[in-house]
Design a protein around this ligand. Structure first.
Ligand SMILES: [Zn+2]
Length: 342
């Protein structure tokens, strides 16, 4: 089969001819229909220090996809051949305290599809039955391919109560933009999103016409808060950038007792004003992946209830044109970029 692999420990990605995966008794084989490119795939493409430390070579990449089950193992009962599915990309163990207590998403033995297990930028991917997400009949395959990052957005946005709350989102990448849509659907009051990339801020308002944007390279967040009638600080923050100055600004503009959900991954440790965090009595919660499987239930329910993320997809390429797709990702001026494997 065709598969996009990290074949060499250097910048780039390569289309290869590899064997179709052999499934175990508790696994299924999925024929990939559409897949989308994640920031994680870009770390692997660029072969940055995180990728060098975490990704064995060679490795078939990709973990955001929709497809159809074409084979099931002998002990598989819940899923059948022909099912339209997506998949949770975190494959967990069953030995740790968290896993044994049902907090699967907090299992320290987690392995990642397309990171340290063979991925979904391929014509076929194998997955434990436990990880398979059956899709509603009317959910398009393009949307199936972006459920993984939408799940990150839902997990972050629903970490704290949002009804009537003013929300600050730092970072207008695809997950930040989707988290704004989820926050709106979940009852947030004012939503402000910050970034330094004008294209991304314009895209954020294209998807969410009723949110406010601040380009922190040239505009004042404080002035925007006054302009939109905020008298105190933000009640809830979604930190999506991993940038120290964005986190500082969030801490600075939070209300006393505010809540911060932190998904952005800083490239290296940074200093923070812990005195302010203490004296403002802020709560900061790290967000990792998606809650298994409550996030998936909530996400599919939100979509069924009118959450529309179809505008997030800005580009679709044939899998054979993968280099053009990665080049678009490298510009940063895109929403979700889809690879068509059919
Ligand atoms: Zn992803």
């Amino acid at each position: 089969m065709k598969a996009l692999a990290k074949a060499k420990p250097e910048v780039g990605i390569w289309m290869q001819d590899v064997p179709v995966p052999q499934i175990e008794a508790d696994e299924v084989l999925i024929r990939v229909n559409k897949a989308s490119i994640c920031g994680t795939d870009m770390h692997i493409y660029k072969w940055d220090p995180w990728a060098q430390a975490n990704v064995p070579v060679p490795m078939v990449t990709g973990h955001e996809y929709g497809g159809e089950v074409v084979e099931v193992g002998s002990t598989v009962r819940r899923v059948k051949v022909g099912d339209r599915v997506s998949g949770e990309g975190h494959v967990v163990g069953n030995k740790s305290r968290n896993a044994r207590s049902g907090r699967w998403h907090l299992d320290p033995e987690t392995k990642g599809i397309g990171v340290n297990l063979p991925g979904a930028f391929a014509q076929y991917v194998r997955l434990p039955e436990f990880n398979v997400i059956p899709l509603p009949d009317d959910l398009p395959m393009e949307i199936a391919a972006i459920l993984d990052p939408l799940g990150n957005a839902v997990h972050t946005a629903l970490a704290f109560d949002l009804v009537g709350e003013d929300v600050l989102i730092t970072g207008a990448g695809p997950i930040g933009v989707m988290s704004a849509a989820v926050a709106r659907k979940a009852g947030a009051r004012r939503i402000v999103i910050t970034d330094v990339n004008p294209w991304r801020l314009e895209f954020a308002t294209r998807i969410n016409p009723d949110i406010h944007t601040v380009n922190v390279a040239s505009e004042s967040l404080r002035e925007k808060m006054i302009e939109i009638g905020m008298k105190e600080g933000f009640d809830v923050g979604f930190e999506m950038s991993g940038v120290a100055s964005a986190f500082d600004q969030m801490v600075d503009t939070m209300i006393m007792g505010g809540n911060i959900a932190m998904l952005g991954l800083p490239p290296k440790p940074f200093e923070a004003d812990f005195g302010k965090i203490v004296l403002k009595a802020l709560t900061i919660r790290g967000i990792y992946g998606r809650q298994m499987y409550d996030t998936w239930y909530k996400m599919l329910a939100l979509l069924d209830n009118g959450l529309d993320v179809s505008g997030m997809i800005t580009h679709t390429f044939s899998c054979d044109d993968y280099q053009a797709a990665f080049d678009v990702m490298l510009t940063g001026e895109c929403g979700k970029v889809i690879l068509d494997w059919q």
